[in-house]
Design a protein around this ligand. Sequence first.
Ligand SMILES: Cc1ncc(C[n+]2csc(CCOP(=O)(O)OP(=O)(O)O)c2C)c(N)n1
Length: 319
Amino acid sequence: MELNENALLKMYRTMLTIREFEETASTLFANGEIPGFVHLYSGEEAVAVGIISQLEPGDYIASTHRGHGHMISRGGDIKLMFAELFGKKTGYCKGKGGSMHIADVSLGFLGANGIVGAGLPLAAGAAFACKYKKNGGVAVCFFGDGASNRGTLHESLNIASIWKLPAIFVCENNMYGISMNQKNHQNINDIADRASAYGIPGVSVDGNNVMAVFEAGQEAIKRARNGEGPTLIECKTYRYRGHFEGDPTVYRPDEEVQYWKQRDPIEQFKKRLVEMNVLTEEQDQAIRSEVRNLIREGVEFARNSEYPDVSELLTDVYC
Ligand SMILES: Cc1ncc(C[n+]2csc(CCOP(=O)(O)OP(=O)(O)O)c2C)c(N)n1
């Protein structure tokens, strides 16, 4: 993909949309309008946008419990997403999945996933399907530092490497698995090191720098499409919110939060775009106002939608 002005501005707009969606979801949750568990992606926008902005329509994505950003980057419909969060029948899963189960197979979006690490074998399977059908597609899996301790990572990397599957494994290392700092759950600094056990490239990048993520993704996607097999990309980033909405986050020091906020992925990208003469202050204000309108319309749609009828309780529900 050529990174021309339009592409760069689209990436910026998508990052702003994710942030606005998440901040609005946080307020709606606090107001009691959204039921269930909500895990927000604020602070991690550069990861989803850096990778997903360069995927093609036939590619696949497996997401996590923190999946709103991945879905928005893939072009998910904001109205349907909010309706799903509200539990309304106009939502992506007719209101029965909630925040953690948004999926749209027509977008190749295999779903957000409440089971930590469960997206890894799904992505390996989708990558296998692309290879088998020789359709040139790739599959990307997003997962967290906590998920990287699961057997599913090792099984998926192993099979993907041995079969040279067109898969890109993207670890969103936001330093915490719930309240457990990475230092206390792994004896390594870089999760990318794990790639060496499977004979595949492993790269660790600044996950708050969308261009760094983009470049690592570009290389990995090229390799995958050329039949050279998978890559593990570790993006070091930080979530601004707690593990879930309502988490008091007593386990992380304020200085740490402030350190990461000074390296905000959106502000960093804005600065770069201004330096490149791609964005002016007026354009920035205009984009932000468009984004706010989009989010406002999404919330209105969700609020005005109906709940599913009780007779639908067991329809489309699998176990
Ligand atoms: C198989 C499984 N084990 C445990 C849990 C409980 N759980 C939910 S989220 C989470 C931590 C996930 O951390 P990480 O993979 O780093 O993702 P992050 O929340 O940081 O994005 C755990 C242990 C679960 N949902 N699934």
